[in-house]
Design a protein. Sequence first.
Length: 133
Amino acid sequence: MKTICSETLLKYAVLLTKEVEMDIAVILPASFGVMLDGWSFQSEHFVAVFAVFEYDQRSEMVLLALAPIVDEEVEDQSAESHVSFFRGSLPFFERDTASICYLVTDNCSVSTWLADLLQVPFIRCASHRSILL
């Protein structure tokens, strides 16, 4: 492979991202579930947002966003901040928060309040329970 400059690499990374977003928008149904997972690295807390849906008679899970919620405009990890994160991420796939039909995440007060704000059922993730046994 020939050497390319960073500007060219960035240009094609942006173009590829837009293509992937369009491909996801095509297969993503009007209504889908959202599964969240979060973790911290040093002082940053990252959140991964997955869409969960049926496609071609199979259960699918697609990563929609992976980023820290806290930035220049958001200073906390509240349920309201998560809703703002969704509102900023979902339009890339031609969807909005009304498309979310259920929420799967860990059992904490932010998760419960997030489901209440979105007015969707909250499914508590059981994967963390095995750690306590």
